[in-house]
Design a protein around this ligand. Sequence first.
Ligand code: CO
Length: 295
Amino acid sequence: MDEHALECLRKAGAISREARELGIGLVDEGKRLVDVANEVEAFIVHRGARPAFPVNIGVNDIAAHFSPSTDDKTVFQRGDLVKVDVGAHVDGYVGDTAATVEISTKNWRPLIDSTSKALRIAIEMIGENVSVSQIGGAIERSIKTDGFRPVVNLTGHGMKRYNLHAGLTVPNVDDGNPAKVKTDMAIAIEPFATNGGGQVYNDRPGNIYRVLRGRQLQDQKAAKLFEQITTNFGTLPFCERWCTLITPEAPTLLKTLIRHGVIACYPVLREVKSGMVSQSEHTTLILNGKAEVST
Ligand code: CO
């Protein structure tokens, strides 16, 4: 890995770790979700990086892909199980990390501990020539031993410059995939555990978008927003809140852009049996065959 890439990956990792800890600390009874997301993203920028994706806040059976919209009045409640998944990038090099916290109760401690333990085990074993199914198998065994189910259709992922999901997929079960970890890869490992069915389904849209393709648009306002989106966010995911800072008409214009097929909205990923979901995530850098945790 060249020196610039490594320096950026380490800086992005350190900032995303701080952002994760800030976010986890901000989550509290009566606090708005949208305020936590905004504060964490502002912190990332203040520290000299950029958000690699909108802060994901998953409450209870929501596993991923939800970020509050500008006008979201939802507040955290006592007993909520909250995942905060944050990413920062420096010159396109990403750190991606997540943790889970429970608000004012102690009902889900074993579930939270289960994903942090599975993540620790995965990090201990990851290295040159370890297959992704070996890692997935270890995560699966650890979570099942704790009496929970791994979420089978959510995975860790390789990352490349300005690309959040590139190269390897790291499953949370032994899926038989023989693909092996190699030196110089940046890999996010993210076990999810649940007391539900062990799968997520696509629910309503979650305010997180991606660009699909460029195309001429008749609607001048929509065209202008689209141009700003591609300039500001490029190939990385973005959200309604960021677009509303560009123009207050963004909520309507985003619908127009979806209709014209130039952007898509990610659906919220929710547990199939409304089970509670816990998540732990770190980014690892494979250097000279061994893993360094950047986050
Ligand atoms: Co990730």
